[in-house]
Write a protein that binds this ligand. Structure first.
Ligand code: NAD
Ligand code: IPM
Ligand code: MN
Length: 359
Protein backbone atom coordinates (compact mmCIF):
# COMPACT_ATOMS: atom_id res chain seq x y z
CA UNK A 1 0.00 0.00 0.00
CA UNK A 2 1.42 3.41 -0.93
CA UNK A 3 1.10 6.27 1.53
CA UNK A 4 2.02 9.89 1.02
CA UNK A 5 3.48 11.56 4.07
CA UNK A 6 4.21 15.28 4.41
CA UNK A 7 7.41 15.76 6.39
CA UNK A 8 7.85 19.04 8.23
CA UNK A 9 11.24 18.86 9.89
CA UNK A 10 11.12 22.32 11.42
CA UNK A 11 14.03 23.61 13.47
CA UNK A 12 16.75 22.47 15.88
CA UNK A 13 16.70 18.69 16.36
CA UNK A 14 13.61 18.45 14.11
CA UNK A 15 15.63 17.24 11.13
CA UNK A 16 17.57 14.65 13.15
CA UNK A 17 14.48 13.08 14.73
CA UNK A 18 12.34 13.08 11.56
CA UNK A 19 15.22 11.53 9.58
CA UNK A 20 15.28 8.80 12.22
CA UNK A 21 11.56 8.23 11.92
CA UNK A 22 11.68 8.07 8.13
CA UNK A 23 14.49 5.49 8.24
CA UNK A 24 12.39 3.37 10.60
CA UNK A 25 9.28 3.71 8.41
CA UNK A 26 11.35 2.70 5.37
CA UNK A 27 12.37 -0.45 7.26
CA UNK A 28 8.71 -1.11 8.03
CA UNK A 29 7.95 -0.60 4.32
CA UNK A 30 10.56 -3.23 3.39
CA UNK A 31 9.30 -5.72 5.96
CA UNK A 32 5.58 -5.32 5.26
CA UNK A 33 5.72 -4.33 1.56
CA UNK A 34 4.45 -0.78 1.85
CA UNK A 35 5.67 2.22 -0.06
CA UNK A 36 5.98 5.64 1.50
CA UNK A 37 6.33 8.83 -0.47
CA UNK A 38 7.92 11.69 1.46
CA UNK A 39 7.09 15.28 0.58
CA UNK A 40 9.10 17.86 2.46
CA UNK A 41 7.62 21.21 3.52
CA UNK A 42 8.87 24.20 5.45
CA UNK A 43 7.48 25.05 8.87
CA UNK A 44 8.66 27.25 11.73
CA UNK A 45 11.88 29.25 11.86
CA UNK A 46 13.28 27.71 8.70
CA UNK A 47 10.09 28.74 6.87
CA UNK A 48 10.36 32.31 8.20
CA UNK A 49 13.93 32.49 6.91
CA UNK A 50 13.25 30.93 3.50
CA UNK A 51 9.66 31.92 2.76
CA UNK A 52 8.97 34.91 5.00
CA UNK A 53 6.27 33.24 7.14
CA UNK A 54 6.08 30.34 9.60
CA UNK A 55 3.46 28.37 7.63
CA UNK A 56 3.79 29.03 3.87
CA UNK A 57 0.89 28.19 1.52
CA UNK A 58 3.09 25.67 -0.26
CA UNK A 59 3.44 23.70 2.98
CA UNK A 60 -0.33 23.66 3.44
CA UNK A 61 -0.71 22.39 -0.14
CA UNK A 62 1.82 19.60 0.46
CA UNK A 63 -0.03 18.54 3.62
CA UNK A 64 -3.41 18.67 1.88
CA UNK A 65 -2.14 16.27 -0.79
CA UNK A 66 -0.80 13.86 1.84
CA UNK A 67 -2.32 11.03 3.86
CA UNK A 68 -0.67 12.19 7.09
CA UNK A 69 1.85 14.71 8.44
CA UNK A 70 5.07 13.91 10.28
CA UNK A 71 6.51 16.84 12.20
CA UNK A 72 9.79 17.37 14.07
CA UNK A 73 9.73 20.51 16.19
CA UNK A 74 9.85 24.26 15.71
CA UNK A 75 11.44 27.24 17.44
CA UNK A 76 14.77 28.49 18.61
CA UNK A 77 16.64 31.51 19.97
CA UNK A 78 17.13 33.03 16.50
CA UNK A 79 13.41 33.84 16.31
CA UNK A 80 12.61 34.40 20.01
CA UNK A 81 12.40 38.18 19.70
CA UNK A 82 10.32 38.21 16.52
CA UNK A 83 6.84 39.76 16.58
CA UNK A 84 4.10 37.20 17.35
CA UNK A 85 3.07 36.61 13.72
CA UNK A 86 6.68 35.81 12.79
CA UNK A 87 7.35 33.27 15.53
CA UNK A 88 7.97 29.62 14.56
CA UNK A 89 5.43 28.49 17.16
CA UNK A 90 2.75 30.48 15.33
CA UNK A 91 3.23 28.19 12.33
CA UNK A 92 2.57 25.16 14.50
CA UNK A 93 -0.61 26.69 15.93
CA UNK A 94 -1.75 27.66 12.43
CA UNK A 95 -1.30 24.18 11.02
CA UNK A 96 -3.20 22.63 13.95
CA UNK A 97 -6.04 25.10 13.39
CA UNK A 98 -6.02 24.84 9.60
CA UNK A 99 -6.43 21.06 9.66
CA UNK A 100 -8.81 21.15 12.67
CA UNK A 101 -6.56 18.84 14.67
CA UNK A 102 -8.63 19.27 17.79
CA UNK A 103 -7.76 16.07 19.66
CA UNK A 104 -4.17 15.61 20.77
CA UNK A 105 -3.26 12.18 22.15
CA UNK A 106 -0.18 11.96 24.35
CA UNK A 107 0.35 8.43 25.68
CA UNK A 108 2.65 8.06 28.68
CA UNK A 109 3.98 4.60 29.43
CA UNK A 110 6.71 3.66 31.86
CA UNK A 111 9.23 1.32 30.23
CA UNK A 112 10.26 -1.34 32.72
CA UNK A 113 13.88 -1.15 31.69
CA UNK A 114 14.00 2.60 32.31
CA UNK A 115 12.37 2.64 35.74
CA UNK A 116 15.73 3.08 37.43
CA UNK A 117 16.36 6.33 35.53
CA UNK A 118 12.96 7.87 36.19
CA UNK A 119 13.23 10.84 38.56
CA UNK A 120 10.40 9.17 40.49
CA UNK A 121 11.01 6.22 42.77
CA UNK A 122 10.78 2.96 40.86
CA UNK A 123 7.69 1.73 42.69
CA UNK A 124 5.89 5.04 41.96
CA UNK A 125 6.74 5.03 38.23
CA UNK A 126 6.06 1.30 37.77
CA UNK A 127 2.91 0.41 35.86
CA UNK A 128 2.23 3.91 34.55
CA UNK A 129 0.07 3.69 31.44
CA UNK A 130 -2.02 6.76 30.75
CA UNK A 131 -3.38 8.62 27.78
CA UNK A 132 -3.46 12.40 28.02
CA UNK A 133 -6.16 13.75 25.71
CA UNK A 134 -5.42 17.42 25.17
CA UNK A 135 -7.83 19.79 23.43
CA UNK A 136 -5.63 21.38 20.77
CA UNK A 137 -7.43 24.06 18.78
CA UNK A 138 -9.20 26.15 21.40
CA UNK A 139 -8.71 27.84 24.73
CA UNK A 140 -6.07 30.42 25.59
CA UNK A 141 -3.98 29.61 22.53
CA UNK A 142 -6.60 30.87 20.10
CA UNK A 143 -9.09 33.10 21.98
CA UNK A 144 -9.50 36.74 20.91
CA UNK A 145 -8.64 39.36 22.01
CA UNK A 146 -5.01 38.48 22.50
CA UNK A 147 -2.40 41.26 22.54
CA UNK A 148 -0.16 43.29 24.77
CA UNK A 149 1.29 46.77 24.97
CA UNK A 150 3.73 48.19 27.48
CA UNK A 151 1.22 48.47 30.30
CA UNK A 152 -1.27 45.69 29.86
CA UNK A 153 -1.81 42.37 28.17
CA UNK A 154 -4.80 40.18 27.44
CA UNK A 155 -5.34 36.53 26.48
CA UNK A 156 -8.79 35.01 26.17
CA UNK A 157 -9.81 31.58 27.37
CA UNK A 158 -12.80 30.78 25.18
CA UNK A 159 -14.45 27.40 24.64
CA UNK A 160 -17.62 26.50 22.78
CA UNK A 161 -19.83 23.56 23.72
CA UNK A 162 -18.97 21.88 20.43
CA UNK A 163 -15.22 22.08 21.06
CA UNK A 164 -15.57 20.56 24.52
CA UNK A 165 -17.99 17.84 23.43
CA UNK A 166 -15.66 16.75 20.62
CA UNK A 167 -12.62 16.13 22.78
CA UNK A 168 -14.48 14.77 25.81
CA UNK A 169 -16.36 12.26 23.65
CA UNK A 170 -13.04 11.11 22.18
CA UNK A 171 -11.69 10.59 25.70
CA UNK A 172 -14.68 8.47 26.78
CA UNK A 173 -14.45 6.39 23.60
CA UNK A 174 -10.77 5.74 24.32
CA UNK A 175 -11.49 4.80 27.93
CA UNK A 176 -13.88 2.12 26.68
CA UNK A 177 -11.02 0.32 24.92
CA UNK A 178 -8.57 0.94 27.77
CA UNK A 179 -9.30 0.65 31.49
CA UNK A 180 -12.68 2.42 31.61
CA UNK A 181 -11.61 5.46 33.58
CA UNK A 182 -11.62 9.16 32.67
CA UNK A 183 -10.12 11.94 34.77
CA UNK A 184 -11.28 15.32 33.55
CA UNK A 185 -8.87 18.05 34.63
CA UNK A 186 -10.09 21.63 35.02
CA UNK A 187 -10.02 24.68 37.28
CA UNK A 188 -13.75 24.83 37.93
CA UNK A 189 -13.27 26.49 41.32
CA UNK A 190 -12.17 29.63 39.46
CA UNK A 191 -12.68 29.56 35.68
CA UNK A 192 -16.00 29.94 33.89
CA UNK A 193 -14.77 27.88 30.95
CA UNK A 194 -14.03 25.04 33.36
CA UNK A 195 -17.57 25.23 34.76
CA UNK A 196 -18.98 24.63 31.28
CA UNK A 197 -16.34 21.93 30.71
CA UNK A 198 -17.44 20.10 33.88
CA UNK A 199 -21.13 20.31 32.96
CA UNK A 200 -20.47 18.84 29.52
CA UNK A 201 -18.31 16.05 30.95
CA UNK A 202 -21.20 15.07 33.20
CA UNK A 203 -23.65 15.08 30.28
CA UNK A 204 -21.37 12.93 28.13
CA UNK A 205 -20.54 10.57 31.01
CA UNK A 206 -24.23 9.62 31.18
CA UNK A 207 -23.85 7.99 27.76
CA UNK A 208 -20.97 5.84 29.05
CA UNK A 209 -22.33 4.09 32.16
CA UNK A 210 -19.46 1.58 32.15
CA UNK A 211 -16.81 4.27 32.26
CA UNK A 212 -15.90 5.57 35.68
CA UNK A 213 -15.10 9.29 35.69
CA UNK A 214 -13.84 11.92 38.07
CA UNK A 215 -13.18 15.65 38.02
CA UNK A 216 -9.84 16.86 39.26
CA UNK A 217 -8.57 20.40 39.70
CA UNK A 218 -5.44 21.03 37.68
CA UNK A 219 -3.25 21.92 40.66
CA UNK A 220 -4.18 18.69 42.42
CA UNK A 221 -3.67 16.78 39.16
CA UNK A 222 -0.14 18.16 38.85
CA UNK A 223 0.57 16.80 42.32
CA UNK A 224 -1.08 13.43 41.78
CA UNK A 225 0.82 12.87 38.52
CA UNK A 226 3.96 12.71 40.61
CA UNK A 227 2.65 10.98 43.72
CA UNK A 228 0.35 8.36 42.19
CA UNK A 229 0.75 8.38 38.39
CA UNK A 230 -0.36 4.79 37.91
CA UNK A 231 -3.86 5.75 39.12
CA UNK A 232 -4.58 7.52 35.81
CA UNK A 233 -6.03 5.90 32.71
CA UNK A 234 -7.42 8.60 30.38
CA UNK A 235 -6.90 12.24 31.30
CA UNK A 236 -8.89 14.80 29.31
CA UNK A 237 -8.20 18.47 29.60
CA UNK A 238 -8.10 21.83 27.84
CA UNK A 239 -5.25 23.07 25.69
CA UNK A 240 -2.87 24.76 28.10
CA UNK A 241 -3.39 22.42 31.06
CA UNK A 242 -2.69 19.52 28.68
CA UNK A 243 0.49 21.14 27.41
CA UNK A 244 1.89 21.58 30.90
CA UNK A 245 0.73 18.27 32.38
CA UNK A 246 2.10 16.25 29.46
CA UNK A 247 5.62 17.65 29.86
CA UNK A 248 5.35 16.88 33.56
CA UNK A 249 4.14 13.33 32.88
CA UNK A 250 6.89 12.75 30.31
CA UNK A 251 9.63 12.68 32.90
CA UNK A 252 8.03 9.64 34.52
CA UNK A 253 9.44 7.74 31.53
CA UNK A 254 12.86 9.22 32.24
CA UNK A 255 12.99 11.72 29.37
CA UNK A 256 10.90 14.23 27.46
CA UNK A 257 12.48 12.75 24.33
CA UNK A 258 10.49 9.53 24.71
CA UNK A 259 6.95 10.83 24.29
CA UNK A 260 5.01 10.68 21.01
CA UNK A 261 1.78 12.40 20.06
CA UNK A 262 -0.99 12.28 17.52
CA UNK A 263 -3.08 15.33 16.65
CA UNK A 264 -6.29 14.20 15.01
CA UNK A 265 -9.14 15.64 13.00
CA UNK A 266 -12.53 13.98 13.54
CA UNK A 267 -12.24 12.06 10.26
CA UNK A 268 -8.93 10.50 11.36
CA UNK A 269 -6.52 12.69 9.37
CA UNK A 270 -3.55 13.31 11.60
CA UNK A 271 -0.33 15.11 12.36
CA UNK A 272 2.27 13.15 14.31
CA UNK A 273 5.02 14.74 16.35
CA UNK A 274 7.02 14.19 19.52
CA UNK A 275 5.86 16.33 22.44
CA UNK A 276 9.31 17.87 22.94
CA UNK A 277 10.58 21.03 21.30
CA UNK A 278 13.48 21.84 19.01
CA UNK A 279 16.04 21.44 21.85
CA UNK A 280 18.44 24.12 20.58
CA UNK A 281 20.93 23.16 23.33
CA UNK A 282 21.62 19.78 21.70
CA UNK A 283 20.75 20.46 18.04
CA UNK A 284 23.22 19.30 15.39
CA UNK A 285 25.15 17.07 17.80
CA UNK A 286 23.55 13.74 16.81
CA UNK A 287 22.64 13.07 20.45
CA UNK A 288 18.89 13.78 20.49
CA UNK A 289 16.62 10.92 21.49
CA UNK A 290 14.65 9.95 18.35
CA UNK A 291 12.25 7.60 20.19
CA UNK A 292 9.45 10.16 20.73
CA UNK A 293 9.31 10.80 16.97
CA UNK A 294 9.72 7.13 16.08
CA UNK A 295 6.82 6.22 18.38
CA UNK A 296 4.83 9.07 16.80
CA UNK A 297 5.25 7.35 13.45
CA UNK A 298 3.90 4.15 15.02
CA UNK A 299 0.85 6.17 16.06
CA UNK A 300 0.58 7.34 12.44
CA UNK A 301 0.58 3.78 11.16
CA UNK A 302 -2.09 2.75 13.63
CA UNK A 303 -4.41 5.79 13.62
CA UNK A 304 -4.17 7.11 10.06
CA UNK A 305 -3.29 4.00 8.05
CA UNK A 306 -4.84 1.17 10.08
CA UNK A 307 -1.48 -0.67 9.99
CA UNK A 308 -1.72 -2.28 13.40
CA UNK A 309 0.87 -5.01 13.02
CA UNK A 310 3.35 -2.51 11.62
CA UNK A 311 2.76 -0.09 14.52
CA UNK A 312 3.25 -2.93 17.00
CA UNK A 313 6.49 -3.89 15.25
CA UNK A 314 7.94 -0.41 15.87
CA UNK A 315 6.81 -0.32 19.49
CA UNK A 316 8.19 -3.76 20.16
CA UNK A 317 11.52 -2.90 18.52
CA UNK A 318 11.84 0.20 20.72
CA UNK A 319 11.04 -1.81 23.82
CA UNK A 320 13.55 -4.51 22.92
CA UNK A 321 16.33 -1.99 22.33
CA UNK A 322 15.65 -0.31 25.68
CA UNK A 323 15.45 -3.69 27.40
CA UNK A 324 18.84 -4.56 25.93
CA UNK A 325 20.28 -1.64 27.92
CA UNK A 326 20.61 0.98 25.19
CA UNK A 327 19.59 4.61 25.55
CA UNK A 328 20.55 8.09 24.39
CA UNK A 329 22.78 10.46 26.31
CA UNK A 330 20.17 12.35 28.36
CA UNK A 331 19.84 9.20 30.50
CA UNK A 332 22.77 9.69 32.80
CA UNK A 333 22.61 6.34 34.56
CA UNK A 334 25.93 4.55 34.76
CA UNK A 335 26.05 1.11 33.21
CA UNK A 336 23.78 1.71 30.25
CA UNK A 337 25.01 1.82 26.67
CA UNK A 338 24.76 5.36 25.37
CA UNK A 339 23.98 5.65 21.66
CA UNK A 340 23.90 8.62 19.30
CA UNK A 341 20.68 9.50 17.45
CA UNK A 342 21.73 7.60 14.35
CA UNK A 343 23.03 4.61 16.31
CA UNK A 344 19.77 4.35 18.25
CA UNK A 345 17.85 4.52 14.97
CA UNK A 346 20.03 1.78 13.47
CA UNK A 347 19.50 -0.44 16.53
CA UNK A 348 15.72 -0.06 16.25
CA UNK A 349 15.89 -0.79 12.51
CA UNK A 350 18.02 -3.92 13.09
CA UNK A 351 15.45 -5.08 15.59
CA UNK A 352 12.65 -4.58 13.03
CA UNK A 353 14.70 -6.33 10.32
CA UNK A 354 15.62 -9.26 12.55
CA UNK A 355 11.95 -10.24 12.55
CA UNK A 356 11.73 -10.25 8.75
CA UNK A 357 10.93 -13.69 7.41
CA UNK A 358 13.69 -14.46 4.91
CA UNK A 359 12.44 -15.99 1.65
P1 NAD B 1 12.50 21.50 24.49
O1 NAD B 1 11.50 20.45 24.57
O2 NAD B 1 13.03 21.86 23.15
O3 NAD B 1 13.75 21.12 25.44
C1 NAD B 1 13.63 20.97 26.85
C2 NAD B 1 14.81 20.13 27.36
O4 NAD B 1 14.63 18.78 26.97
C3 NAD B 1 16.16 20.56 26.79
O5 NAD B 1 17.15 20.38 27.76
C4 NAD B 1 16.39 19.59 25.64
O6 NAD B 1 17.74 19.34 25.34
C5 NAD B 1 15.71 18.33 26.18
N1 NAD B 1 15.16 17.54 25.07
C6 NAD B 1 14.08 17.83 24.31
N2 NAD B 1 13.88 16.91 23.38
C7 NAD B 1 14.87 16.00 23.53
C8 NAD B 1 15.23 14.81 22.85
N3 NAD B 1 14.53 14.35 21.80
N4 NAD B 1 16.33 14.13 23.27
C9 NAD B 1 17.05 14.55 24.31
N5 NAD B 1 16.75 15.68 25.01
C10 NAD B 1 15.69 16.40 24.61
O7 NAD B 1 11.85 22.78 25.18
P2 NAD B 1 12.41 24.28 25.30
O8 NAD B 1 13.89 24.28 25.45
O9 NAD B 1 11.57 24.92 26.32
O10 NAD B 1 12.05 24.94 23.90
C11 NAD B 1 12.95 25.07 22.80
C12 NAD B 1 12.18 25.59 21.60
O11 NAD B 1 11.27 24.58 21.17
C13 NAD B 1 11.32 26.83 21.89
O12 NAD B 1 11.43 27.67 20.78
C14 NAD B 1 9.91 26.27 22.03
O13 NAD B 1 8.93 27.22 21.68
C15 NAD B 1 9.96 25.14 21.05
N6 NAD B 1 9.00 24.06 21.30
C16 NAD B 1 8.45 23.50 20.19
C17 NAD B 1 7.60 22.42 20.34
C18 NAD B 1 7.04 21.81 19.11
O14 NAD B 1 7.50 22.07 18.02
N7 NAD B 1 6.02 20.97 19.22
C19 NAD B 1 7.35 21.89 21.60
C20 NAD B 1 7.94 22.49 22.71
C21 NAD B 1 8.79 23.57 22.55
C1 IPM C 1 3.77 21.49 22.30
C2 IPM C 1 4.47 22.84 22.32
C3 IPM C 1 3.60 23.88 21.64
C4 IPM C 1 2.31 24.02 22.46
C5 IPM C 1 4.24 25.26 21.44
C6 IPM C 1 5.59 25.18 20.79
C7 IPM C 1 3.33 26.18 20.67
O1 IPM C 1 4.81 23.20 23.61
O2 IPM C 1 3.49 20.99 21.20
O3 IPM C 1 3.54 20.93 23.36
O4 IPM C 1 2.30 24.73 23.48
O5 IPM C 1 1.33 23.41 22.08
MN1 MN D 1 4.49 21.63 25.06
Amino acid sequence: MKKRVAVLQGDGIGKEVTDASIAVLEAIGRRFQHEFEWKYGLLGGVAIDKAGKPLPEETIAICEESDAILLGAVGGPAWDNNPSHLRPERGLLQIRKHFELSVNLRPVQAFKSLLAVSPLKEDVAAGVDMMIVRELTGGLYFGEPSHHDNDKAVDTLLYSREEIERVVTHAFELAKIRRNKVTSVDKANVLESSKLWRKIVEEIAEKYPDVEYEHMLVDAAAMKLITYPSSFDVIVTENMFGDILSDEASVITGSLGMLPSASLRVDGFGLYEPIHGSAPDIAGKNIANPIGTILSSAMMLRSSFGMLEEANAIEEAVKNVLDAGYCTSEFKEIGRNILSTTEMTEKIISEIESKTVKT
